[in-house]
Design a binder for this molecule. Structure first.
Ligand SMILES: Cc1cc2nc3c(=O)[nH]c(=O)nc-3n(C[C@H](O)[C@H](O)[C@H](O)COP(=O)(O)O)c2cc1C
Length: 160
């Protein structure tokens, strides 16, 4: 078992709570992927065609800027990457994060929270943001109500 990091983006806190508990359960370090410009409530209104999140997610090549590049990725063998499902996939800030570091030879385990959707085409959308020697595992979409024991059992089941 190598060093593990839990890196997460969370716009309204649900994924952040899962990430914190997961880091405890997995004995992993924790890193928050922060947007350079935080998303406001208005930005997150998916019912508004003109909301920032709607406009951004309509263009999968758009890369929202991240606030820092301080994650010490070199130190880790396994990186859990967490996010809320937006429009059936990962928010494109996750592409920004993956493209900001070298994940060669590392294993990335995806986790997410959502209102019910699964990962959809997330893996396909993220694959091109890492090198071919990076393993991306589609982990699990959580409701947000998992206990530390639930998450520990999940980590064990991954065999990493
Ligand atoms: C812009 C936007 C798009 C969303 N799209 C979906 C979706 O396609 N499917 C779904 O089940 N939930 C969707 N949700 C709900 C979030 O995935 C869910 O509330 C998540 O737990 C929020 O996590 P957070 O608090 O870490 O940001 C969306 C939320 C937002 C703000």
């Amino acid at each position: 078992m190598g060093n593990k990091l839990v890196a997460y983006f969370s716009a309204s806190g649900v994924t952040g709570n899962v990430a914190k508990t997961l880091a405890e359960a997995a004995g992993a370090d924790l890193y928050e992927i922060k947007p350079e410009v935080p998303y406001t409530k208005v930005d997150l209104n998916w019912q508004d065609k003109k909301a920032r999140s709607t406009i951004e997610m309509n263009d999968k090549s758009y890369r929202p800027a991240i606030a820092d590049k301080d994650a010490d990725i070199k130190k880790y063998d396994v990186v859990f990457v967490g996010f809320p499902v937006w429009w059936y996939v990962a928010p494109t800030i996750i592409n920004t994060f993956l493209e900001s570091y070298d994940f060669s030879g590392k294993t990335i385990v995806l986790f997410a929270t959502s209102g019910g959707s699964g990962f959809g085409k997330t893996e396909e959308n993220l694959k091109n943001s890492v090198s071919t020697s990076t393993v991306i595992k589609e982990g699990k979409v959580f409701s947000g109500k998992q206990t530390k024991a639930d998450l520990a059992a999940w980590v064990n089941s991954l065999g990493i």
